[in-house]
Ligand binder design. Structure first.
Ligand code: CBF
Length: 829
């Protein structure tokens, strides 16, 4: 048995000897072996991509070793585990992150050098794993890194989409979408677990069946597909702990369709089976609205059902009583997308494990926590009842039953206030009867977290006010964070080395509060010089990229001003572009002799628009049209350049963020739940030009408003300003830049008309006109500060020094202690 095997294994290898060695010659041998036996190329002839593949497999071997040890350790200790359910994980590249976390990057770099390869060049061969849309998905990835580093017994569960987020191609300035078939060249970072599979069922009917002298419900499904696990080991930094991100792929099940095979329609039977795979085929590219699509709901249930079967199987391996479930299991709902898990746990406990309803409900109420990431009403999912009834008939019954009990309880507490009861109901009666997934999640979770303090305030006072008044104790927030391992150490190695040198330690990589130690050096001239040098080298790297990608030459002496994020009206890329038009117009109209006073700028914008989001696509086109005009205007030269970076993704962010002097986070106050880009720029010593929105409010508290450029209407002013709408006074400059667009100064007059209509004539919902004046003032303040390089450098150092609070390590620690009730479980040696 297993016990004997492990004794034999221990005898064969001394405990430590079994670990793969990481000295350069062992690494070289491993890489060459992988070239020969895994990649199947001759060790005397292989190119950069093949070298990358071999290198990745050699790193993967080391990951697997640690990962096995971690899983064995968790099994032995049986701690309470956190299961992080998320439909999206935006992991980006894995190679550099893995070797840095394993502490063997330099060894690999040396080993490769002797073989004639550069580590950096090979790292560039890796494509991004883009299984997510934006902030929410990258947050999940950052949190996995922190969970591993801090030794928490955690599992991430999600979907292994065959097509990740679409690739953005810009043709004639317009966005075109191309499929991202990211698995084309294989994926060395995952391990296919052909034996870890679960059946997932859909459709069918629910029947009553006699049971123990009473009745019980039995779901007779009409379709079954198989979920196959793909495990992605996630290494912690400075620890042996390596946790699992388990992503599910859909495969046809052997158990269906026997009928059609037997009736002889072999070809059609095979073709029908292939349809099962579509469930995990494509990521929905809209992070804004949920359109009640059947495939989306199928994806949600598919990953929830497979994950819960896996979690319950693991629990049952060492426990027989479900009352212990809440002691061992915490389930995190990352937004509403996995909230069907609530009905699924009830179904499994009642229908399959035969617990009575109340006992099952008692368990459910203790295990779920829910984090919401939006304030926009269109971001709150509603599932049409008809759709749910056809796809998951038993789940709909369970949701109705939960709602019935809950509304009865509610009536006792709030009386027969029918308006409020109907607002708080899980079921929405309207033209299309729907299930409100957020209400389901709130009712059934013990904690509802926002992602920043002001977001939480908005949830309590507006979005979920009724619920807050009923259950104030449920509402909390954990301000988002990002991992400094990815966003400083991996993406900005020279800054990382500089920080370690000046702090005299690398300990900040795991204990980021130590960055505060830079504060006392913020005026040190030697540090200033080195800091500026590092920043300049990063700007040169970015300038090279810009030239290679767009042919535009930019001067590194100019201020690099960046806005990279999804394109949304509320994020106000349009405000940025209109500001650039104003700057352009000023330069054009000024005396030649005055142009020497202009602070040169390179404005960089990047981001994807959801394929069906017309206005966002027009914003991209406008940006490119304005860029075309400005960049080819000899009057302007190096004083102003505008670059649209296509196909913004994690690896592009890793290049752009370290090279930015100024970054813009300019959403209309009250619209960005948190924002995490601001934190990444902050860590890298980039100054922020921002509105007081989302997590920026907390950044201000950490670094002080003198160290950034703030502008715009405050959150509490926005509702009243909207009411005033058409009567608001808008500055002349605003009217004049919009007129330039309307009059076709940048071409495409008809195409841009609807865009201009969105911000004029009383339609300016996001208050671009109202905020324009103060935006220009903030930009002028940034120019002024940039001229004084000593001041700028001090502000930059203080930004990095004040970024400690925005590490995902802090966020995860708060979740672990306050929401999930879990403890670290560190793998020995
Ligand atoms: O919480 C992470 C991020 O999530 C979003 O991107 C989202 O998808 N809802 C929000 O828009 C961000 O504000 C937030 O930082």
């Amino acid at each position: 048995g297993g016990g004997e095997t492990s004794v034999r294994v221990e005898r064969m290898f001394g405990l430590m000897d079994r670990f793969l060695k990481s000295d350069p010659s062992s690494l070289q041998k491993d890489i060459l072996d992988h070239v020969e036996y895994t990649v199947a190329r001759s060790r005397f002839s292989f190119d950069d991509f093949e070298a990358y593949q071999a290198l990745a497999h050699s790193v993967r071997d080391r990951l697997i070793e640690r990962w096995h040890d971690t899983q064995i350790h968790f099994k032995k200790k049986d701690p309470k585990r956190i299961y992080f359910l998320s439909l999206e994980f935006l992991m980006g590249r894995s190679l550099s992150n893995s070797v840095i976390n394993l502490g063997i990057r330099d060894q690999y770099a040396d080993a490769l050098k002797e073989l004639g390869f550069e580590f950096e060049v090979l790292a560039e061969q890796e494509g991004d794993a883009a299984l997510g849309n934006g902030g929410l998905a990258r947050l999940s990835a950052c949190q996995m890194d922190s969970l591993a580093t801090m030794d928490y017994p955690a599992w991430g569960y999600g979907l292994r989409y065959q097509y990740g987020l679409f690739r953005q191609v810009i043709l004639d300035g317009y966005q075109h979408e191309q499929p991202d078939y990211w698995l084309n060249f294989g994926n060395p970072w995952e391990i296919e677990r052909v034996h870890v599979t679960y059946p997932v069922k859909f459709y069918g009917t629910v029947e009553d069946e006699n049971f123990n002298g009473g009745k019980r419900k039995v779901w007779l499904p009409g379709e079954m597909v198989e979920a196959v696990a793909y495990d992605n080991p996630i290494p912690g930094h400075g620890t042996r702990n390596t946790i699992t991100l388990r992503l599910w792929a859909a495969k046809p099940s052997d158990q269906i369709d026997m009928e059609s095979f037997n009736t002889g329609d072999y070809i059609n039977a095979v073709v029908n089976r292939q349809r099962a795979e579509t469930i995990s085929s494509v990521l929905y590219p809209d992070d804004r609205s949920y359109q009640g699509k059947e495939l989306r709901l199928k994806q949600q249930y598919f990953f929830v059902s497979a994950s819960l079967q896996d979690i319950i199987r693991r629990f049952k391996d060492s426990h027989s009583n479900f009352d212990d479930f809440p002691e061992k299991v915490a389930l995190q709902l990352n937004d509403t997308h996995p909230s069907l898990a609530i009905a699924e746990v009830m179904r499994v406990l009642v229908d399959e494990e035969h617990l009575d309803w109340n006992r099952a409900w008692g368990i459910v109420c203790k295990i779920f926590s829910f984090t919401t990431h939006t304030v926009l009403p269109e971001g709150l999912e509603k599932v049409p009842v008809d759709l749910l009834e056809s796809l998951l008939p038993r789940h709909l019954q369970i949701i109705y039953d939960i709602n019935f009990d809950y509304i009865e309880e509610l009536k006792k507490k709030i009386g027969l206030d029918y308006d409020r009861l109907s607002r708080m109901s899980i079921v929405e009666d309207g033209a299309v009867k729907s299930i409100r997934m957020a209400n389901l999640a709130i009712v059934c979770s013990h904690t509802v977290n926002g992602v920043s303090r002001v977001h939480s305030e908005l949830l309590k006072t507006r979005v979920f006010k009724d619920f807050y008044e009923l259950w104030p104790h449920k509402f909390d927030y954990k301000t988002n964070g990002v991992t400094q391992r990815r966003w400083i150490v991996v993406s900005n190695p020279s800054l990382s080395a500089l920080i370690s040198k000046w702090l005299g330690t690398e300990a900040w990589i795991r204990d980021v509060d130590l960055l505060a130690g830079l504060q006392e050096q913020a005026a040190n001239v030697d540090l200033h010089e080195e800091w500026r040098m590092v920043r300049k080298v990063n700007k040169m790297r970015l300038a090279e990229y810009i030239e290679a990608m767009s042919g535009i030459k930019v001067s590194v002496n100019a201020m690099f001003d960046v806005q990279i994020k999804r394109i949304h009206e509320y994020k106000r890329q349009l405000l940025n572009i209109l500001g650039i038009i104003h700057r352009y117009d000023c330069i054009k109209n000024m005396e030649k002799s005055d142009r020497t006073k202009v602070v040169p700028r390179v404005c960089i914008i990047g981001g994807k628009a959801a394929p069906g989001y017309e206005i966002a696509k027009k914003i991209i086109k406008l940006c490119n049209a304005v860029a075309e005009k400005i960049n080819n205007d000899p009057d302007v030269g190096d004083l102003l350049k505008l670059v649209f970076i296509p196909d913004y993704n994690v690896s592009v962010a890793e290049l752009v963020i370290p090279g930015a002097d100024l970054s813009q986070h300019i959403s209309t106050a009250g619209h960005e739940a948190s924002g995490t880009g601001n934190m990444k720029f902050l860590m890298n010593g980039c100054l922020l030009l921002a509105t007081e929105d989302g997590s920026t409010v907390e950044i201000i508290e950490e670094i002080g408003e003198d160290n950034m450029f703030l502008f715009g209407a405050k959150m509490h002013e926005v509702p009243a300003l909207r009411v005033k709408g058409p009567t608001l006074k808008v500055p002349l400059q605003f009217a004049s830049v919009v007129r330039m667009v309307r009059d076709g100064y940048f071409g495409f007059q008809d195409y841009f008309e609807s865009l201009c209509d969105k911000v004029e004539g009383g339609n300016d919902f996001y208050l671009l006109g109202y905020d324009f004046q103060s935006y220009l003032e903030a930009q002028a303040a940034a120019d002024k500060a940039f001229v004084d390089q000593e001041k700028w450098t001090r502000m930059s150092i203080l930004s990095t020094a004040g970024s400690g609070r925005f590490s995902s390590d802090r966020t995860i620690e708060e979740y672990a202690e306050k929401t999930w009730g879990i403890e670290p479980c560190k793998c020995p040696f």
